[in-house]
Write a protein that binds this ligand. Structure first.
Ligand code: FES
Length: 92
């Protein structure tokens, strides 16, 4: 089961608490460093923010691509509910 950003030793439960206080993914990164090293947790961070799940099964490669794209969009400033890989501002 996946329950934390290993590189920065921060649990998804702790990150969810910060998110419930209003922190989005870029803010979580600034405050904890999560997702800013190897990046393997980005998909799980995005799914945690969308679903609230703080303990997750290992994703399939296809799911990991979708959720990583959502995380990267959020980091670039696109809303988390935008279609993965699409920038709602440009439509590209
Ligand atoms: S596991 Fe989160 S940045 Fe490496």
């Amino acid at each position: 089961m996946i329950d934390r950003c290993i590189c920065h030793e921060v649990t998804f439960a702790a990150l969810r608490s910060l998110a419930e206080g209003g922190a989005d993914l870029p803010e979580l990164q600034r405050r904890t460093g999560c997702g800013s090293s190897c990046g393997l947790c980005l998909a799980y961070l995005a799914r945690m923010l969308a679903t609230g799940e703080t303990t997750q099964r290992v994703m399939s490669d296809a799911d990991a691509r979708v959720w990583t794209a959502r995380a990267l969009d959020a980091i670039r400033g696109a809303p988390m509910n935008a279609a993965p890989g699409k920038n709602p501002r440009s439509g590209a």
